[in-house]
Design a binder for this molecule. Sequence first.
Ligand SMILES: [Zn+2]
Length: 105
Amino acid sequence: MTKRDITSLKRVVIKNGALAGVVSEALQFAWTALTPDTMFDGAVLELEEIPLKVKCGDCGEEFLPEDTKYMPCPKCDALLGHEVLEGKELYIDFVEPADNEVPAE
Ligand SMILES: [Zn+2]
């Protein structure tokens, strides 16, 4: 099956990082507003949030802070200079074509 055979989709999975700056509810709202009459019409949008993961700038400890603004290192209490390892992503992870688009074998 080639890409151009897909005319409708059943499911789209989007990975939304904690720091990506996109609020899931806003994305969901935009989805329902923008998809009618496109190949995405009727497709279910699934958002998977990627938690923020940082590496301490002082001791190198990797941890998942509960707050994206205040993130003390659990090991040495350093607050600043952390390197963001995960959580900035925003991308389409998975697209599932509608059932009737799958060729019979
Ligand atoms: Zn540390």
